[in-house]
Design a protein around this ligand. Structure first.
Ligand code: FES
Length: 168
């Protein structure tokens, strides 16, 4: 689901020549009209994991629209990322069930442990921290997901152990 972003982060990151070649393979699959903007941005993000600045410029050229139009769309939807993410994306639930069962404490513990706020990525590129409204796993509250793995009935004491787990 795509939802509106409340705050706008503009940390634009350039692409390499190799990535530019890959972008050149994406664009010809679409018609050059405004109706293609969202699907193209989806495809670019799927390929790169985020929307590099030069990719957005190239999309604007391809569609014959202003760069600012592409940036406006990219920053309007929370779904789109403007910077690379860490290897592990931690999503902490901020839904009501999780909140009443200590979700805010879980988020604070993660912020303290990782030294980042939601939307941030650790300097070593290991973790990105995000929040989400509800995972639909309220019976397991409080809940967080690391990449695709769900962790339920969390306590602050479990956070260190989970972060120290080796990657799958
Ligand atoms: S409120 Fe957290 S999973 Fe539903």
């Amino acid at each position: 689901m795509i939802s509106c972003r409340n705050t706008i982060r503009l940390t634009l990151v350039p692409v390499t020549n190799k990535s530019r070649e890959q972008l050149g393979k994406i664009l010809p699959a679409y018609s050059a009209d405004m109706g293609s903007l969202l699907p193209i941005l989806e495809a670019v993000q799927q390929r790169f994991g985020y929307l590099p600045e030069e990719a957005m410029d190239e999309v604007a050229r391809f569609l014959g629209i202003a760069n600012s139009t592409v940036y406006s769309v990219a920053t309007f939807y929370a779904h789109f990322r403007l910077a690379p993410t860490g290897k592990r994306i931690i999503r902490v639930c901020r839904g009501t069930a999780c909140h009443v069962r200590g979700g805010a404490r879980i988020l604070r513990e993660l912020e303290k442990r990782l030294g980042i706020k939601p939307g941030g990525t650790t300097a070593d590129g290991e973790y990105t921290l995000e929040t989400i409204a509800c995972f639909g796993s309220c019976a397991l509250a409080p809940v967080m997901v690391i990449n695709d793995r769900v962790y339920g009935r969390l306590t602050t004491g479990k956070i260190s152990q989970i972060l120290d787990e080796p990657e799958d």
